[in-house]
Design a protein around this ligand. Structure first.
Ligand code: AMP
Length: 190
């Protein structure tokens, strides 16, 4: 069973690579960003709460996303594996994920970190804004805030997996299919 954390800053290509991975390896895609946007679209209380953070480019409180992931893992007992996309985004989330996995007799196989230069991230997200309909893509200052939040709160999560010997990097610049080959090279090792 492969349980993969796909990691990287906003605009690194996590969503794009996840879509290709779930198809090739028959995995369940767990994107906290997508799950939160679905809650917003459904007008739930959780969605309303999350939106106030997302619209500012800030992180939603840990307990909200941890609860969602816990629920989704339990909802998929027959999964061949999971791709975690945009989660964990704090060290507290990473520790909670380990606990949830253990409770379900599962384990994270490894983290694959997509590396992309900062200016390229901003340009990609501004381009995505033209079609994504995401309020947090529309404004360059919001995009830059999300990247700052990534450096401050999310980057330390890489170290968490490094300490467990579960970390690797893939260059996330260039052609999508070339990046996918490099990602698959790592996935095949799990
Ligand atoms: P994403 O679609 O992964 O870029 O996430 C969009 C926004 O949703 C982020 O900027 C956060 O506000 C929120 N979000 C998504 N995943 C998480 C998470 N694991 N922890 C906290 N906030 C999250």
């Amino acid at each position: 069973m492969r349980n993969i954390v796909l990691f990287g800053p906003p605009g690194a290509g996590k969503g794009t690579q996840s879509e290709k991975l779930i198809e090739k390896y028959n995995l369940v895609h767990l994107s906290t960003g997508n799950l939160l946007r679905a809650q917003i679209a459904d007008g739930t209380e959780l969605g309303l709460k999350a939106k106030s953070f997302m619209d500012k480019g800030e992180l939603v409180p840990d307990e909200v996303v941890i609860g969602m992931i816990d629920h989704k893992i339990k909802e998929n007992p027959d999964a061949k594996g999971f791709i975690f996309d945009g989660f964990p985004r704090t060290v507290a989330q990473a520790a909670a994920l380990d606990e949830i996995m253990q409770q379900n007799s599962l384990a994270i196989s490894g983290m694959i970190s997509l590396t992309v230069e900062e200016e390229e991230l901003v340009q990609r997200l501004l381009k995505r804004a033209e079609t994504s309909n995401r309020p947090d893509d529309q404004d360059e200052s919001l995009i830059r805030n999300r990247i700052t939040v990534y450096h401050e709160k999310t980057a330390p999560v890489a170290e968490y997996y490094q300490k467990q010997g579960k970390y690797c990097e893939v260059k996330g610049m260039g052609e999508i299919d070339e990046i996918f080959s490099s990602v698959c090279f790592q996935v095949d090792k799990y």
